[in-house]
Every structure is written in C-alpha cells, then in structure tokens.
Design a protein around this ligand. Structure first.
Ligand code: IVH
Length: 728
C-alpha cells in the first residue's frame, strides 16, 4: 500500500497535478517569450527556457488529452518570431503630420485651400477631435461581424490581435446596419484610474510596471494571452476607417456619428469649426480640459469635414493632406548635464549626446538627450543666428529638457546662474572618437563627419544596425546588441550585410556553435537563423532603405523602388549616370548645361520629390569598388520582390510617366499630381524620352511643342479627368 502510494506521488502524478503543471509551464514559457520577443529583454537563460519547453513536451506526450488549447508547443514556429501573425492592411494605416503653433495651423489651412483651388474666404469646415494618446487599431467587419483586428505596425503590415480586441468591451462583436465590408479605425487607450490600478497590481505581483498609460495599453493589447488582456481594462474610441464596400457618410462628423449608432464609443469632445481662429479656440478649450479628462490626450486633430474634399486631397506617402495633429506643448524638466558624448552615425556624422542625471519628463525617465551638432552646443542655429540668447551648453550645466511625443528628448534652455565656476566651453572633437580618422566639416554642412568611410568600425556597425532596423530588414532577434557582438566575433563575423545571411552556414562549419555561447541556446540560435532565412525575401523599397544611402529615407526609397521597379534597372541607371557629364559637375547651377547629354542623371533627378543630393548619394556609393562588391554580395543572398503596391491594382495609368504643363483650370497642379500618383503613374518635372503622356493645360509652351515633335501622346485637362475617372 505504502509502496503504491509512493509511486503515485513520484512517477505518476495525478491528472490534477499535471493540469496544474501545464498551466504553470504555459505561463512561464509565455512570460519568457514576451520578455524575449516583445520586450527584447530575456529574463531567463536559454538553457532554462529549453528545459521548460522540454518538460512541457514530455508531459503533453504522456497526457495528450490534457494538452491546453493555448499550449506553448502550438505557438512555436511561424508565429513565434513575433508572437502574432501578420496582417497586410487592405488600405494603408496613415499617421498624421504635426502642427506645433498658430503658423503651422494657418499653413495647413492655406495649403488645403490652394490644393482645392478655394478662395481664402470660401466656406471650409473642419472637425476638431482630441488626439488620444494610445495606439491605433483597425477592426474589420464583414457582414457586420468582427473578423479581424490589426495593429498599425509599419502602416502596411500590422499584427493580428483579434483575440484581444474581442475582449475590449468598447469594441462591438457585431454592428447594426453596417456596409458589407467596413474597417473601423480608432484608438485603444487606458484611463488614468485603470492605469494606476494596473500598475499597483503589477507591482504586487512583482511584474514589470508601465511607464505611462500608452505603454500599458500597447503592452496589454499585444499580450499573447487573451486571459491576461481580460484583466486589463482597455477602451476604444472610433474616429476613422479603412476599406469600406459603400459610402456611409458625407462628412467626417457624420461618419463618427454613424460609428456611434453602429455601437462604437466616440469621443464627445469632437466638434466642428469654420475657420482657423475657431480651430485655435477649440484647441485651447480642449487643452483646458486635458487634466480632467481622465485619459491622456497629446493634442487635437483637425480634419477637413467634407469627405469629397478629403478624397480629392488624398495622401502623401504616410500622412493625409486633409488632417493634421496640433500637438500640446511638450513637457519640461530641469536636470544636470553630466557629460557630452560623441556618437558616430552610419554616414560618419559626429552627433553630440547629452548624458543627464535621470529626470522624469511627462512620466518617462530621461537620461539622454540630443544636442544636434556643434553649432547647437555653442548657441547657434544653422543660419548662424543665436539660439537660447547665445548661451552655450557645457558639461556640469543645469539644463531644461523637453519631450514631445516619442521623439528623442531635447534641451531647450540652460541656467547660466547655476554654472560651476570652473566650467569650460565644450570643444568639439576634430577627429573621430571611434577610429581616430579626421572628422571634417564641409562648407554648408551643419555636421562634422568622420572621413574614414571604409574602415571606421563605428560607421560599419551603425550601417549594419540600420540594415536590420524596423522599416529595413527588421530581423527578430538581431538588434543592436547582437550586431555589435557579431561585428567583433572572430568566428562568426558580420562586417557587411551579406555576412548576416552566411551566419547559419558558417555556424555549421564552426567547431564552437552559436547555441553554446553565453547568452545563446538552441532555441534562440534556431530562431535567429529562421528569422534571417525569412528575411531573404525583401521588397525593393525596404532593400533600398536598408542600404542606408545618404538622403534616402523610407519615402525616397519607396519613390526609387516605384520608379525603377527592379534592382537591376536602378543599378543600370545609376552606374550609367555616374559616367555622364552632369554627375561630375559639382555646382547645381552648372549641371543644367549638361542635362542634354545626361539622360540617366536626368531620369534620377526628375523623379518627383528627389533631386541632386539623392543622385549624388547613389552615384557615390555605386562608384566605390568595395561598396559595390558588398552590395553585389548581398543581392546574391536575396530574393527581391516588387514594392508592395499601395495603388489601385490594375490601373491603366500604373507605371506611366506623366508631365503636366500649362495652367490647369479644374484642378490645381498639386491635385493633378496626386491624382496621377494615386493611380500608380509617375509624375516628372523634367522632360525626356521616357514620358508617356503630356497633359497640356492652357497656354502650354515649349514642352507641348517638344512633345508634338517627339510624337508623345498629348491630352487636355478634360481628357485627363476622363481618364482618371474611368480608371479609379
Ligand atoms: S486620424 C488618416 N484621429 O494619432 C487618419 N488619429 O499621430 C489617421 N490618433 O496614428 C489618424 N487620436 O493613432 C486620428 N482623433 C484622431 C486621433 C488619432 C489619436 C492617433 C492615431 C494616429 C496618430 C498619428
């Protein structure tokens, strides 16, 4: 008897115990996953993690009928890299341009009127809505039923958080009288009261507390376990939409009211305004209520009310033209500047960084701030005008910090009366702190740069960090820390991007395996290799952005990708342009004289929104033998996909090159250009053989004549309107 009892206790636990253990293991593994994947902050060793997974597997194998629906073994694999599956938004989730003062708001109103061709005194209504400081969420309803919930992500691809969204009581599962397809967008947030309570609970449980309500809302929505989300009181305001199968309102205001009648919560402070002065008055009124709302808002949003106007205004690459966020002024705090460090960026720029005695600004602890450049430190702006009344900034100074939104904190003022008597002005280094090479400041450049592009380790590491960053290759498990480690690793070196894709095969050949190193393990090594393999497929725009050409950010990268369509075309054009006369002339004015003999140069610089600086950057990089080799090595490792299409899929205008000339009567030039781009056409400001269509307005001059001579299709404004109408 005693014997049997013993065996039961030790080798055959009761079902009840197994169940408990499985719950415990699921919780621990999930927590480890979150720490590792979501927070990039592993809390247990890889070996300990592997042991948990193994134990879970063993129990599940012995008691298959007790496997939990949310078993961690179901979650490893495709979705484990980030924890959630990815969703491509059917229409891009845009963000908002910012206004900080009255002039910005006036500029916003003026440019809208100009775009639409409205007189300054013509009637133009706006909505004024509080800007909720949470995170945006897109909810897809088909036949009135909630079928998908996606975070914004990078605007194109977000994460599927449907299970969590279903728990939020402000989000209806079913809609009354909704279009067949309707994507409702809005903000997930948490109230101050719920935030305080949540943090208290977290603290009691010995778990991580959140820095502010926004982080708490984000952390809760991106929680892998919906049960945990359930215990966190998220809320939702509806204010926008994505794909819809039919129109459901004529104005922004009505649209929001319709959301309410469908069952959503909308923000009661939303109102209408008829003029800039009314916009500003309502801004002040809402700011006055800020402290008593019970949830965070960080500004107000102005939107053109008429949806027809909104449609005509359209969007730039990431922000609509018909809306702007007017931010509340930033939060400020005073602290001591302990030291000024110099960081070397990927283009060799020497950036001064302020190391501060940590201070809380708007709920976030700040210990670093940007100091921009050497002029800024001595108290001058880029035009040599004095800033801060010409006061310089020195280590040891008492400085005022401000923080606006998510941007890097800045220094707004310095209190000279508190300056230590022995302080000395800061001397900006003239050599690179990383490699000792000369750091030169060219005329008209605000920045001093390390000239040692080839062998400066700081530049190399920063380039690689940029390469794997969000918006670029975005490889899970390969962040700044890991890049630095591999850069300095003798057996698994990553010195150029191609090396990343060779890690796995090199590791196989090595005696000592990555999995055996400190801080690594079977699982994390395997996951890293899987994430790298998955990122071999990359869209052209991401690839161009990842390469980190000077003056080429995400927008310019997308412009280049859209224009050239393939890597080969880009390389061909740039390398040919490099041999053309315009490329070797430095002064922009003189370049004009060589354009006729420089068709490839002209093609690059005529891409709307780009210019000489981008052409120079591309040519410089491609002309460097080593850089060219590094790029070729990389391309050999990749499968390049065409740019994700944001435009109407089968437009007959897609890919066509258009020139507008003469004066248009029914739409402004800006509107014409936007309408072409919306349908996937490219608008050129210069004239070349590659032009497909010339749209000639009234009094079109030399370009029209040239187009006639060259036999290019010429249409007038009405025909253009006809064309875009039939195409959209
Ligand atoms: S409209 C295309 N309205 O602010 C229009 N956004 O900084 C897209 N936000 O990503 C946004 N309150 O997460 C809009 N009333 C409001 C908002 C709002 C908060 C957030 C949203 C957006 C971010 C842009």
């Amino acid at each position: 008897m005693e014997d049997t009892q013993k065996r039961n206790d030790v080798s055959e636990p009761s079902e009840e115990e197994v169940r408990k253990q499985l719950v415990e293991l699921a919780t621990q593994i999930r927590a480890a996953n979150i720490a590792y994947y979501t927070n990039d902050d592993p809390q247990i060793s890889d070996a300990a993690y592997d042991a948990l997974v193994k134990k879970n597997k063993k129990l599940e194998a012995a008691f298959p009928h007790l496997i939990r629906a949310d078993s961690p073994s179901h979650q490893i694999g495709a979705t484990a890299a980030t924890g959630f599956s990815k969703i491509t938004h059917s229409s891009r989730m845009l963000s908002l341009d910012n206004a900080f003062d009255k002039e910005d708001v006036e500029g916003f109103d003026t440019s809208i009127r100009k775009f639409l061709g409205l007189e300054q005194d013509a009637k133009l209504d706006y909505t004024v809505e509080p800007k909720i400081d949470g995170l945006s969420l897109s909810l897809r309803y088909v036949d009135g039923v909630l079928v998908q919930a996606a975070t914004r992500g990078d605007g194109t691809v977000g994460e599927n958080v449907l299970a969590n969204a279903r728990i939020v009581s402000d989000i209806p599962d079913r809609l009354i009288d909704a279009p067949q397809v309707l994507e409702v967008r809005g903000e997930v947030y948490i109230t101050h009261e719920d935030f305080a309570e949540l943090n208290e609970r977290q603290q009691r449980a010995g778990a991580k507390t959140f820095a502010n309500p926004r982080n708490a809302a984000a952390g809760s929505l991106r929680q892998l376990d919906p049960e945990v989300t359930r215990s966190r009181p998220l809320r939702f305001f509806a204010y926008s939409w994505g794909e819809v199968s039919r129109g459901f309102a004529r104005t922004q205001f009505d649209a929001i009211a319709t959301f309410q009648s469908m069952g959503f919560k909308i923000n009661k402070l939303t109102q209408l305004a008829q003029s800039v002065s009314q916009l500003l008055a309502q801004y002040e009124q809402i700011e006055g209520q800020r402290a008593s709302l019970g949830y965070d808002i960080d500004g107000v949003v102005y939107k053109v009310n008429d949806l027809n106007f909104q449609q005509r205004l359209g969007a730039r690459s990431t922000t609509p033209r018909w809306a702007i966020a007017h931010k509340f002024s930033a939060e400020r705090a005073w602290t001591r500047l302990e030291a000024i460090d110099i960081q070397v960026g990927r283009t060799g720029a020497l950036s001064p960084v302020a190391r501060l005695t940590p201070v809380t600004v708007g709920g976030v602890v700040v210990s670093n701030a940007t100091l921009h450049n050497e002029d800024y430190i001595i108290g001058q702006d880029s035009q040599s005008q004095s800033i801060r009344d010409g006061k310089d900034i020195r280590p040891g100074d008492w400085v005022q910090i401000y923080r606006a939104g998510d941007v890097i904190p800045k220094i707004s003022d310095v209190d000279i009366s508190k300056r230590p008597p022995d302080s000395r002005p800061f001397t900006f280094p003239t050599s690179c702190p990383a490699c000792g090479g000369a750091a030169i400041r060219k005329e008209n450049d605000a920045v001093r740069r390390c000239t040692n592009a080839m062998s400066c380790p700081a530049q190399a590491v920063e380039k690689l960090k940029h390469f794997v960053s969000r918006g670029a290759f975005d490889i899970a498990g390969l962040g700044g820390k890991q890049i630095e480690m591999f850069y300095n690793d003798p057996t698994l070196p990553v010195h150029e991007p191609a090396d990343i894709f060779l890690l796995q095969s090199r590791d196989q050949e090595n005696q000592s395996k990555l999995a055996d190193r400190d801080g690594w393990g079977e699982t994390s090594a395997r996951n890293l290799f899987a994430a790298i393999a998955a990122s071999r497929k990359v869209t052209l725009d991401r690839l161009i952005f990842a390469l980190g050409f000077r003056n080429v950010g995400e927008v310019a990268a997308a412009d280049l990708a859209r224009h050239f369509g393939s890597w080969e075309r880009l390389v061909e054009t740039v390398t040919t342009a490099a041999r053309e006369p315009a490329a070797s002339v430095r002064a922009e004015k003189q370049r004009k004289d060589f354009l006729n003999e420089s068709p490839n140069w002209l093609e690059i610089t005529s891409i709307d929104g780009l210019g000489d600086a981008v052409a120079d950057a591309l040519i410089n990089r491609f002309s460097d033998r080593f850089e060219r080799k590094a790029m070729d090595n990389l391309i050999g490792q990749l499968e390049i996909l065409p740019i994700a299409r944001l435009i109407v899929a089968d437009s007959q205008l897609a890919g066509r090159m258009i020139v507008f000339t003469g004066s248009l009567q029914k739409m402004t030039r800006a509107e014409a250009k936007a309408s072409a781009e919306r349908l996937g056409a490219k608008v050129s400001s210069g004239f070349s053989k590659k032009i497909d269509i010339v749209v000639a307005g009234e009094a079109a001059g030399s370009k029209l004549k040239k187009a006639q001579e060259m036999g290019i299709t010429i249409i007038d404004e009405d025909q253009w309107l006809e064309l875009i109408r039939s195409d959209s």
